[in-house]
Design a binder for this molecule. Structure first.
Ligand SMILES: C[C@H](O)[C@H](O)[C@H]1CNC2=NC(N)=NC(=O)C2=N1
Length: 100
């Protein structure tokens, strides 16, 4: 079954279940604040593991104590269910890193 872009409503409905995530152009986005630079870096490594597992990758910026990321589906050039699957997994791992 081909991967289809999600509609505006489908995106909004899914964002409502992911507090902190937002739509930025044709990507979904989230920024996290971490207790330290090391904690932020460790979270990046954990996210990378999940992205390799899902074969779905965000564009990610590591700051002093922040991790900011955006994601969409390259092959479609839009937001799809795979982006939300990744977002969900990142939301699930974030609290363990002290991310807010
Ligand atoms: C060959 C590899 O499976 C593809 O390029 C994967 C890699 N990671 C990806 N990540 C994202 N965000 N979108 C994709 O379409 C995508 N495709």
């Amino acid at each position: 079954m081909p991967l289809e872009p999600l509609s505006q409503k489908e995106i909004e409905d899914r964002l409502a279940e992911l507090p902190g995530w937002s739509l930025q152009g044709d990507r979904i986005a989230r920024s996290y604040r971490l207790p330290s630079h090391f904690a932020a870096t460790a979270m990046v490594v954990h996210i990378a593991q999940v992205q390799e597992e899902l074969d779905h990758h965000s564009d990610l910026t590591l700051g002093y104590n922040t991790v900011s990321l955006t994601v969409n589906t390259h092959t479609v050039g839009a937001v799809t269910k795979r982006d939300f699957a990744l977002a969900r997994r990142i939301e699930d791992l974030a609290p363990g890193h002290g991310a807010q």
